[in-house]
Design a protein around this ligand. Sequence first.
Ligand code: DAH
Length: 341
Amino acid sequence: MREKLEQIRLEAINAFQQTKEASGLEAMRVKYLGKKGELTAVLKQMGTLSAEERPVMGQLANEVRAALTSALAKQQKLIEAAALDARLKEETLDVTIPGKRPELGHKHPMSIVLDEVKDVFIGMGFEVAEGPEIELADYNFTRLNTPEGHPAREWSDTFYLKEDSSLLLRTQTSPMQIRVMENRTPPIRMIAPGRVYRKDEVDATHSPMFHQIEGLVVDKGITMADLKGTLNEVICALYGKETKTRFRPHHFPFTEPSCEVDMQCHACGGKGCRVCKGEGWIEVLGAGMVHPKVLEGCGIDTDLYSGFAFGIGVERLVLRRFSITDMRLIFENDVRFLSQF
Ligand code: DAH
């Protein structure tokens, strides 16, 4: 019996240690320590022993039971610890792994330049106004001293939205002059950036949709000197203090006198190069003193007030500013292109 007990001790402890799962360990417990287990089976034979042997074997049997119980408990702990370990490994959030950086968008070169221009004008006390892209022909043309029959109103140049030519996609931001003068009383200092539309084929320098910034100043005693001073200031702010400008006579229906403003080429300093097409000068904007007819049409007393206005093409500013040679790149919105600026 002694051998049998020792054998059970060895076998059971070994079996417990080999078991790596909770369910398997329970089966081993039943096998060795259960009511119908091997140890119980041996104990049942105690009756066959002599009176001297019985207490000795009883003590040994108790020892074996204690050893088995403790080995079982130890293995149970090991299995639980391993299970917890595995679970933790599976569930852990490794805070040291670098996160996935969300891709940030990129400010469009048009917005970069527009924001700069706005900053300069806001610094000079201008307000920023916005208005509709679907416009009345009355505002886009008639009230800007461009009467019916004027070549600028041709169907071939303008996207009309009605057969009777009364509604259109604005061809210029100049109707904003009327909208602002109608709703405000002088002094007025405003710029109005926005989209305009013309029936142009797409090429490197044309698009049926492009952007302008309209400007309008109306106050007492405004002269051509204010126009020159203001526009010089803006061009110098954008292209550097030393930039020279040139005011050339021109014609616009809604200004009198009218001019076009050139700046000396920032790339070659006026010598003539690829950027200025050998001219030394680059056309920047159209401007002029607001025509008295336009002011009066908005109920402004021309004995008291005068004003100047101007219109800037934003795409041109952007192309020049970033030395971009094809306007289509600005509208394609390929991030590989846009993220260079
Ligand atoms: N609206 C003109 C154009 O699209 C640009 C312009 C010229 C605007 C002179 C003005 C101005 O306000 O005074 O060609």
